[in-house]
Write a protein that binds this ligand. Structure first.
Ligand code: CA
Length: 236
């Protein structure tokens, strides 16, 4: 098969060679280019090489586990990361999202589902790049400035490094000041039908967002909790 210059490159970090090979085989069939790493250390190095468009990341890995890899990649890169978790690792999914994974998929998964997730995450990531080129539309919320078109947020003039989902959640709430939304509503409106996550995903994302935009994340001024109902945005 001829290589397509525009083909997206996927990095598979998974120590079980049989799983890695079957993923690679199926992704190549879909037109993706693939490379594999079989331990966390090698995976981290490749993930930071700048060559890839998306990372599939297993949790239990030799040398460095998937959480650590995820955390370290996020310190330097916003490349989409989909975590591969085992069924009983419910807690792990939340921790993974907390460390900055964009999505997760539970083993055993079907290839069709995996490919759908990959497509969705790459599309979102491409959108973010396109957004950066748009005309700015800055809304001023005191020390916080949100550029609604260009997906950029500044706090006291300094650009914050938000993930796409964090930005979209912030934008959604900020455009609807003072309106309270339940977790279910936010999951549906911000994450959309492509997402099969649970409502804790919303809590985790709010927490991460607060750590980035609030002076005191434990006493937030922008994104507030209405106990028993959900979240809302307020101009301080
Ligand atoms: Ca493993």
């Amino acid at each position: 098969m001829p290589t397509d210059e525009n083909a997206k490159k996927i990095l598979i970090i998974e120590d079980e060679v049989s799983i890695s090979d079957i993923i690679k085989f199926n992704l190549k069939k879909e037109g993706y280019e693939c490379d594999a790493a079989y331990d966390g250390q090698a995976g981290l190095e490749k993930a930071l090489s700048g060559e890839f468009d998306l990372v599939l990341l297993d949790l239990m890995l030799p040398k460095m586990d998937g959480f650590e890899v995820c955390k370290r990649v996020r310190e330097r890169s916003s490349i989409p990361i989909i975590m591969l978790t085992a069924k009983e690792e419910e807690v792990d999914k939340v921790l993974g999202l907390e460390l900055g994974a964009d999505d997760y998929i539970t083993k055993p998964f079907g290839m069709r589902e995996l490919i759908a997730r990959i497509k969705a995450n790459i599309r979102r990531s491409d959108q973010m790049v396109e957004k950066a080129a748009e005309v700015s539309d800055v809304k001023d919320f005191g020390s916080l400035e949100i550029d609604m078109n260009r997906y950029q947020v500044r706090k006291n003039g300094e650009v914050l490094d938000l993930t796409l989902r964090e930005f979209e959640l912030l934008k959604y709430l900020a455009e609807r000041e003072e309106r309270v939304f339940s977790r279910e509503q936010l999951l549906e409106e911000v994450w959309g039908y492509e997402y099969y996550g649970d409502i804790r995903t919303v809590d985790v994302t709010v927490r991460r967002l607060r750590e980035k935009i609030e002076d005191d994340p434990s006493d937030p001024a922008y994104i507030l909790t209405r106990r028993g109902i959900g979240y809302y945005f307020r101009r301080p």
